[in-house]
Design a protein around this ligand. Structure first.
Ligand SMILES: Nc1ncnc2c1ncn2[C@@H]1O[C@H](COP(=O)(O)OP(=O)(O)O)[C@@H](O)[C@H]1O
Ligand SMILES: [Mg+2]
Length: 278
């Protein structure tokens, strides 16, 4: 039995059964999914069946794919030259938020550490892949980096310390850049050259890529905020999307491998992010 033999999938079935190759009848070998009751009615209780869960079922389905450059999805990369600023945390939270709003979302992890890819692996509703763009030329990425045709949003997590040429690779495909940073003037000043460099790039201007800042790991009444928001106003054409609190709500999902439940945390931030992406 081969994955590509799958012919039909009713979206009504979140878990399904498929017939083994033992069936003589050709028609039955075309793997059609039934729910349990239909299956038993058709083949009796002794028929050999495999039960497959939602994730494996989804991966059996031949999704039509297209290269990221031609996908109609909105592509958001989470970027900062510094490590530990919350890129992976924000990527996972954003993917969770978009899913909770009923969108189809895909996650791509450009970081070799694969924090978000590993997190997403056990989340059934979130197709994910790890991909190293540094190893590919731009034209190769257009061929090899594929996403599902039906995807609404592609969230891309990225590594710290990327190179100039990596940056150009990113800018070729993305529509939005989110830059998470901690509310420290030192962190912000460290990021300025990279942001300046980014906005000077021709491709950045010609593709009208949007940039948003997220100030991460803020504690209650953080005194550093004022200074940082004032500094960020310097980049008037970009949006400060909001403030992400220091919270277990963002950490625990990486241990449990569950979606981030951002319903009751930072509503201002998440509302503004969603509006910005519309
Ligand atoms: N808002 C937050 N609240 C609590 N912990 C956070 C928050 N943002 C990031 N962290 C923690 O900080 C560390 C670095 O975050 P991470 O998302 O891995 O950064 P990056 O991907 O930029 O290297 C992780 O241990 C993560 O759990
Ligand atoms: Mg990371």
């Amino acid at each position: 039995m081969h994955k590509n033999e799958l012919e039909t999938l009713s979206p009504l079935y979140t878990a399904g059964f498929f017939v083994t190759e033992n069936f003589k009848n050709k028609h039955q070998q075309r793997i059609i999914l039934w729910n349990a009751n239909q299956f038993k009615r058709l083949f009796g209780h002794n028929a050999a069946i495999y039960e497959i869960g939602e994730k494996s079922l989804l991966s059996f389905v031949k999704q039509r794919q297209t290269s990221i450059a031609y996908s109609k999805a909105k592509k958001i990369i989470v970027l900062n030259l510094k490590g530990g600023v919350g890129k992976s945390t924000f990527s996972a939270s954003l993917a969770s938020k978009l899913l909770s709003q009923g969108h189809t979302v895909e996650l791509i992890d450009f970081d070799k550490q694969q924090s978000t890819n590993r997190w997403a692996e056990s989340i059934e509703v979130l197709p994910n892949q790890s991909y190293n763009p540094s190893l590919r030329s731009l034209s190769n990425i257009a061929v090899t980096l594929k996403v599902n045709t039906e995807t609404d949003y592609v969230v891309i997590d990225s590594p710290a310390n990327f190179s100039e040429s990596d940056l150009v690779r990113y800018l070729r495909y993305v529509d939005y850049i989110v830059i998470p940073m901690q509310p420290s003037p030192i962190d912000l000043h460290a990021s300025l050259p990279f942001i300046n460099n980014l906005i000077e790039k021709h491709i950045f201007k010609s593709r009208k890529i949007k940039i948003g800042f997220v100030i991460n790991r803020c504690v209650h009444q953080d005194v550093r905020l004022d200074r940082v928001t004032r500094l960020l106003r310097f980049f008037r054409q970009f949006k400060t999307l909001g403030i992400m609190s220091e919270s277990e709500v963002y950490q625990q999902p990486f241990m449990d491998k569950k979606l981030v439940d951002a319903k009751n945390i930072d509503p201002l931030l998440w509302d503004s992010v969603i509006k910005w992406l519309e």
